[in-house]
Ligand binder design. Structure first.
Ligand SMILES: [Zn+2]
Length: 497
């Protein structure tokens, strides 16, 4: 008489437990899957070795030896067998080590073949048929999942080998992609039941997406009757080919964000790489000057550079600089002290054309502050302007009296090729002008973010009204423009602290 190994099975009757074990083993299920379908959900039970576990299940079947098949398990397709043993776990450890990521904790993400859903469903139906009172109220969520059991057993083993704890919210993910080549074929009958749901979906790259996804297969499974399912889907049998492949083990670290402010002192440096017809139009860019030194340290794969607004290639960015953030994908190095970051900042600042300040690692959730600032905040500029006729002191003084002037800007001709045609309302908060010589003056102005300054000065053929020409009565043009400040309190200044 075998004692139940835990009190957490669906049944408490040893005879019934024995019959369930025999039914499942006759269908080729592995010891871990037998325990899953018995209702075992205790992580510690699954943590032991397969030999120990096998003996425990055998003891539930009155000590009958030879109940387990040596073929791949039809429920887990081998994931809880060969893919939970030393050789495969060693392969994971090797892959992680050769990926050369820096991490403090880790998590594993498993993708299992979509047909696993059908297989689990099928075995639950079989149990429901033979042990109705026990299984009729059970749903698949009541059974410990293959993924969870895999993690319960391998988590501590990998943690010891990698010398880092397994943690569910870790930023470092070991991705295991299990595939089974007959998965789609097994799912085919579902598309006869619900053709609209499985119509091939084209994605933007004009490739076909997967027809059978976890979501749409689960949806049909919840819709169809047990009878329909049983008529169209045979209980899967073990055979030596019914095993998953795991061709892909991938390590990836969540993106890390670095923010700061930049100054640009050049009138020939664009903000982002300027590439036209496959050729470079400029030597470098603000983005590259900032990101190259970061890349050497963080060793990321891709970057996304964004800033609070942007200036044209011929516009300098002065004052305290423009806030920016760099999103760095899959960084291989992530542990940096404030001193380390300061060193990177010094490295960036060897550039002749740009300087950064307040460089720091920021939280993903704070990055939105950059975009919020883009529309609301005030910016100040100084512009070197030309007038067709000499402006009188009186005309210049009139500019000084301007307060909160609303201007209407049609999308400038120079950006029409990449921006939709629209009329935008912007506010010029204040202005002042200082004469340099008869036909030249410096205009300082503060405006709402997003104002097109060049167009406000020359009028853009009447597309911006009012403009400097209509305000002074003299045709004006702009020769040089500098951004003096971008009023955004983010990222936090490091100099004041
Ligand atoms: Zn199994």
């Amino acid at each position: 008489m075998a004692a139940p190994m835990s009190g957490k099975f669906f049944s408490t009757d040893p005879t019934e437990i024995k019959d369930i074990v025999l039914l499942l083993t006759q269908n080729g299920l592995c010891p871990r899957c037998v325990l899953r379908f018995l209702g075992e959900g205790d992580t510690a039970v699954f943590r032991v070795s397969i030999e120990e576990l096998t003996q425990k299940v055998i003891s539930l079947a009155d000590g009958q030896e030879g109940i387990f098949s040596s073929l791949p398990c039809p429920a887990c397709l081998g994931i809880l067998q060969v893919y939970l043993e030393g050789e495969f776990l060693n392969r994971i450890v090797e892959t992680v080590k050769s990926s050369d990521h820096q991490f403090k904790t880790f998590i594993c993400s498993l993708t299992t073949p979509v047909c696993s859903l059908l297989r689990e469903h099928s075995f639950l139906l079989l149990l429901n048929e033979k042990f109705k009172s026990l299984y009729e109220c059970k749903v698949i969520e009541d059974i410990a999942s293959v993924k969870d059991v895999w993690k319960w057993r391998s988590g501590p083993i990998l943690a010891a080998a990698l010398n880092a704890p397994f943690e569910f919210k870790s930023k470092f993910d070991i991705i295991l992609n299990f595939t089974y080549d007959k998965s789609d074929k097994e799912c085919t009958f579902l598309s006869y039941h619900s053709p609209a749901l499985f119509r091939k979906r084209k994605n933007q790259q004009k490739n076909y997406g997967d027809t059978y996804t976890r979501t749409n297969v689960a949806k049909v499974l919840s819709d169809i009757t047990d009878g329909y399912f049983k008529r169209n889907y045979n209980i899967p049998k073990s055979n030596e080919n019914s095993i998953c492949k795991c061709n892909e083990i991938k390590c990836i670290h969540d993106a890390v964000f670095v923010a700061g402010r930049y100054n640009k002192y050049s009138r020939t440096l664009s903000q982002t790489p300027w590439i036209l017809d496959g050729g470079r139009k400029s030597q470098s860019s603000v983005e590259e000057e900032i990101c190259e030194p970061l890349k050497q340290k963080f060793r990321f794969t891709e970057q996304r550079f964004s800033s609070s607004g942007r200036e044209d290639v011929d516009v300098r960015m002065l004052g305290k600089g423009r806030p920016f953030v760099v999103e760095m994908d899959d960084p291989h190095r992530v542990e940096f002290s404030a001193e380390d970051i300061l060193e990177i900042q010094k490295e960036i600042n060897k550039s002749a054309d740009i300087k950064v300040r307040d460089l720091q690692i920021v939280d993903k959730k704070d990055v939105d502050k950059l975009k919020e600032g883009e529309i609301e905040k005030m910016k100040t500029y100084s512009a070197l302007c030309w007038s067709k006729e000499s402006l009188s002191e009186e005309q210049l003084h009139k500019l000084q009296e301007v307060k909160d002037l609303i201007i209407y800007q049609k999308t400038p001709i120079r950006v029409l090729h990449r921006r939709p045609l629209a009329t935008r309302e912007r506010i010029v908060y204040s202005m002042s002008a200082k004469k340099i010589d008869d036909l030249h003056f410096t205009l300082s102005l503060s405006t709402q973010a997003g104002t097109y300054i060049k167009e406000f000065v020359h009028g853009d053929f009447g597309r911006t009204t009012p403009n400097l020409g209509t305000l002074t009565g003299v045709e004006c043009d702009i020769l040089e423009l500098d951004v003096q400040s971008v009023e955004l309190d983010w990222p936090p200044s490091l100099e004041d602290s």
